[in-house]
Design a binder for this molecule. Sequence first.
Ligand code: B12
Length: 222
Amino acid sequence: MLDDLSAALAPHGLAVTGAFHPGPEDGAPDGCGTLCLVGARGDAMWSAFAASPEARDGEADPLDRWSRRVLEAVATGLDARALFPFGGPPYAPFLNWGQRAESARPSPVGMLVSPSRGLWISWRGAIALPGREDLDAPDARDPCIGCDAPCLSACPVGAMGAGQAYDVPACVAYIKAAEGTECRDRGCQVRRVCPAGREAAPPASQCAFHMASFLARHSRPG
Ligand code: B12
C-alpha cells in the first residue's frame, strides 16, 4: 500500500516524508493503522503546482486548494483519508506527527529541523491508511549536534532566537519594509542558513510565493 501511495503522489511532485503507527493519544482518525506525512519531492511539487488551474485562477490560498484537491483524490483511490495542516483552528497536530513519523525535532529557534531537509521541513498534508504497514526506522541523526547554530543570529530583527516565542509582528514588519527584500524574494534567512537543509531549499519562486501569502494573510483586516 505504501508503494501504491508513493506512486500516486509522484506525478504531483509529492512524496511520503515519513510514517508511523498512531496510538490513541496521537489524534489520528479512528481506524487509521498508518499515518503518512506528505511533502514536496525536491523541486517537482513546485512545477506541478505552477501548471495547475489553482495557480492561475486568482482566488485565495491556491497552494492549499491544490493540496486539498490532489490529496483527496489520492486518498479516495486508496480507501484512505486525507488530512491537512491548514484550514483550522483547530489544527491537526502536524508538529507532533512530524516528530513521530520522521526525524524532525525542535531546532534552537523552535521550528522543527530534520537531517535531510533542515529547517525547510513542512508538509502539504497527511494520508491516513487503514492498514498497519511495515515501516523503516527514521534516520536518527540530530543535525544540531556539532553545529554552531547560525539559525540563532540569522534573523535581521531577531524574530526567532533561543528560548523565545516567534515574534510574528516583528517578522511581518521587516518583510513588508524596503529592507525586507532579501527575505521576500529568497525566503526566510533563518531557514536558509541551516547547514542541514541547503540542498533541500525550494526554488526562489516558491520561497517568494510563501512570503507573499504570509504577508497577505497578515495584512487582511480583522
Ligand atoms: C498558525 C501557524 C502559523 C502562524 C504562527 C502564529 C504564532 N506563532 O503566533 C504563522 C502564520 C505566523 C506561521 C508562520 C509560518 N509557519 Co506555521 N503554522 C501554523 C499552523 C497552521 C498551526 C499552528 C497552530 O496554531 N497549532 C495549534 C497550537 C495550539 O499548537 P502550538 O504547537 O502551540 O502551535 C504553535 C506553533 O505551531 C508555532 N508556529 C507555527 N508556525 C511557526 C513558524 C515558526 C518559525 C515558529 C518558531 C513557530 C511556529 O505557532 C503556533 C501558535 O503559537 C501549523 C500547521 C499545523 N497544523 O500545526 C503551521 C506550521 C507549524 N508552520 C510551518 C511553517 C513552515 C511556517 C513558516 C516558517 C513558513 C510558511 N508557512 O510560510 C512561517 C514563518 C514565516 C517565515 N519566517 O518564513 C510548518 C512547520 C515548519 C517547521 N519546520 O517546524 C507547519 C507545520 C505547516 C506545514 N505546512 O508544514 N505559522
